[in-house]
Design a protein around this ligand. Structure first.
Ligand code: FE2
Length: 410
């Protein structure tokens, strides 16, 4: 079902020049009309919305082209304005990237839509202060887009561009090439039937075989629209290659995998893990890093370690000098620090098998079983992926077992 409304970052609105369209706000009840089309919007209106913590207003999609033209025309002014805070600028250009990808995905035959991606990336630059700032606003937009792939791709784009500057010391053109590659790396998924790409169960062998063709489709589609730069083509073709040769489509290994594709691949996995899907709850950043660490044999160690160095620290500007910390940043909670340390030092995970052994040893001892139940409950918060699901299922069995014991005792 198509969503009827699209979000607009509040700080991208200049009331004097913004198109005269209906504006909506979103609350618990859904979308509520805030300003009818004929009513003038004032700076006071915007100020009041800001005071209420509003970051987005919404427009009816029927007005999208008008608003899109306004944003494109005013983007440079908005991004260079001293009155727009850096957080809002990051939000605005993330939003612009999302819309750009959305357009390509809606019109994969439209050559101009592809080339607009590069044109947009050339107009933006960013500086993120911390990890929350880098990825947090995508979660706010998560519910506003019809397709997961669009918002996920935008997040991978921003993360890959940001990290390429830090890890490869990449110049402006290289960063833009990486951004174009990251924006378009999964475009080939559009050639895979939606009953496969949207399937929430395990794929059959033949379905998985078809999915594995998508990097080649991406490469071909970019070539067809005359994208000739090496970096975007490498990223499209090689973002599922793995260091041990187990990746696809070519089974490249070691130095055969272009470094830009390897970086996008790591970002791709991190972003996929930290976003909610119909079949799995999003991992926390710490859980996602832990999963990547447990799969390190697949990735270039230098790039992966560089990724960890930056992402493990909630604040990017290390070493943090106390007096330079802006007032709105807070020190990470003690718990977060210890989890970060654990990622570096501890690769152990809770095992359902171990718990099953404990259950057998404790069978009949209600006190021990209750302790075991509470231990499993604690571990569920630390586990991830399949193990988390198994642990939840194990806890349910244990609970049922405890209840059956109670009914016998009574
Ligand atoms: Fe992919």
């Amino acid at each position: 079902m198509l969503l009827k409304y699209s979000p607009i970052v509040l700080d991208s609105i200049d009331p004097k020049t913004f198109p005269k369209v209906e504006l909506y706000v979103k609350n618990d009840k859904g979308f509520t009309l805030y300003k009818p089309e004929a009513t003038e919007l004032s700076e006071n209106n915007l100020e009041r919305l800001r005071e209420n913590g509003t970051e987005f207003v919404y427009i009816n999609n029927a007005n999208w082209e008008l608003v899109e033209a306004y944003i494109e025309k005013n983007l440079d002014n908005i991004l260079s304005s001293e009155t727009v805070p850096p957080h809002s600028k990051n939000l605005i250009f993330s939003h612009v990237i999302i819309d750009c990808i959305n357009e390509v995905f809606k019109n994969p035959k439209k050559v101009a839509a592809f080339h607009k991606c590069r044109a947009i990336l050339k107009r933006i630059s960013f500086e993120f202060a911390d990890r929350e700032e880098l990825t947090g606003h995508f979660y706010k937009l998560e519910q506003s887009y019809e397709k997961y792939l669009v918002i996920h791709t935008a997040q991978v784009t921003v993360l890959s561009m940001f990290l390429s500057e830090k890890l490869f010391n990449a110049g402006r053109n290289e960063v833009i090439d990486i951004g174009v590659g990251a924006m378009l790396h999964d475009i080939g998924m559009l050639q895979i039937a939606s009953n496969i790409t949207e399937k929430t169960d395990v794929l059959s062998e033949s379905e998985y075989h078809r999915v594995k063709l998508h990097p080649r489709h991406s490469y071909d589609m970019l070539s067809e629209v005359m994208i000739t730069e090496r970096i975007p083509l490498d990223i499209a073709l090689s973002h599922h290659e793995r260091l041990d040769g187990s990746g696809y489509p070519r089974g490249l290994s070691e130095h055969g995998i272009p470094k830009h594709a390897m970086l996008v691949s790591i970002c791709d996995i991190y972003c996929a893990l930290t976003m909610n899907r119909p079949y799995r709850i999003a991992s926390t950043p710490e859980e996602a890093l832990k999963i990547l660490k447990s799969e390190r044999k697949y990735f270039d160690p230098t790039i992966l370690n560089g990724f960890f160095d930056i992402m493990v620290s909630p604040h990017f500007s290390e070493p943090v000098v106390e007096e330079k910390i802006p007032p709105h940043f807070t020190e990470p909670a003690a718990e977060e620090k210890s989890i970060s340390r654990e990622i570096v030092t501890d690769n152990s995970t809770a095992s359902v098998e171990e718990y099953t052994k404990k259950l057998r040893r404790s069978a009949g001892d209600r006190k021990k079983l209750l302790r075991l139940h509470s231990e499993v409950t604690d571990h569920i918060n630390e586990a991830f992926g399949k193990e988390k699901e198994n642990l939840i299922a194990f806890r349910k069995e244990l609970k049922d077992f405890l209840q059956s014991m109670s009914s016998v005792e009574n």
